[in-house]
Design a protein around this ligand. Structure first.
Ligand SMILES: CC(C)(COP(=O)(O)OP(=O)(O)OC[C@H]1O[C@@H](n2cnc3c(N)ncnc32)[C@H](O)[C@@H]1OP(=O)(O)O)[C@@H](O)C(=O)NCCC(=O)NCCS
Length: 172
C-alpha cells in the first residue's frame, strides 16, 4: 500500500511521542552519550509537549502512515529564523523523520512533497538545521533543493553540537 500523509491532530499525541522517540533513538543513539539522548527525549518527546505542539496554530504536523502504522512525520513552525536565513516569511522544518525500514525507498520524498505544500501555505522560505555529522540527511536535503546558508548550535542534553542551517524558497 502506498504511504499516505495526513495532518496530525491532538489525538495523535501519544502515537507521535512513541514513534518520534523511537526514530530519534534509531538515528542518534549510537553517536551520542546516552545521558544526552535520555535528557533530550525526556524534554522533547512527551505526550504533553506533543499535544501542545499539535494544538499550537503556528505549528503544522504531518504524519506519514503505511498500512495504518506510522512511517514518518514532519513538523513545521512559523516564527523567527537565525540571521543566516535571509528569505522572506520563514517557516522552520523543525523535525523530519522517516522510519529506518523506509529509508532509501522514496517515502522521504513523498513526505517532503507534502511538507512543501503545507509550508507554502505558511510562508515563503523553508529552513532547517541538521547535525553536521548527519551526512545522509544533508544529502537528502541537498537533493530536495535546500542550500547551506550557515550554522547554529543545537543542544542535545549537555552537548553543544554544530548544526548546518539550510534553506530553500517556497515560491518555485
Ligand atoms: C534523512 C532522511 C529523512 C532521508 O530519507 P532517505 O530515505 O534516507 O533519503 P534518500 O535515501 O532518498 O536520500 C539520501 C541520500 O544520501 C545518500 N547517503 C546514504 N548514506 C549516506 C552517507 N552515510 N553519507 C552521505 N550520503 C549518504 C543516499 O545515497 C541518498 O542519495 P542518492 O539518492 O543520491 O543516492 C532519513 O534518512 C531519516 O529519517 N533519517 C533519520 C532521521 C534524520 O536524520 N532526520 C533528519 C533530521 S534533520
Amino acid at each position: 500500500m502506498p504511504p499516505i500523509v495526513r495532518r496530525g491532530t491532538p489525538d495523535d499525541a501519544a502515537r507521535i511521542t512513541e514513534f518520534a522517540a523511537r526514530v530519534f533513538r534509531d538515528a542518534f543513539e549510537a553517536d551520542n552519550r546516552p545521558e544526552d539522548v535520555v535528557a533530550h527525549l525526556a524534554a522533547t518527546f512527551t505526550p504533553e509537549r506533543q499535544s501542545a505542539e499539535l494544538r499550537d496554530p503556528s505549528w503544522t504536523t504531518l504524519l506519514m502512515e503505511e498500512a495504518a502504522e506510522p512511517a514518518g512525520y514532519a513538523q513545521l513552525r512559523q516564527g523567527p529564523a537565525p540571521a543566516c536565513v535571509t528569505g522572506p516569511n520563514p517557516v522552520e522544518l523543525v523535525r523530519f523523520y522517516v522510519d529506518r525500514r523506509w529509508h532509501g525507498r522514496g517515502n522521504a520524498q513523498s513526505l517532503m512533497a507534502s511538507v512543501l505544500v503545507a509550508a507554502s501555505e505558511m510562508g515563503e522560505t523553508l529552513w532547517l538545521s541538521v547535525w553536521e555529522r548527519n551526512a545522509r540527511a544533508m544529502a537528502f536535503y541537498r537533493k530536495s533543493g535546500f542550500v547551506d546558508v550557515g550554522s547554529k548550535i543545537f543542544r542535545l542534553g549537555g552537548d553543544a553540537q554544530s548544526d548546518r542551517v539550510v534553506a530553500r524558497s517556497l515560491r518555485d
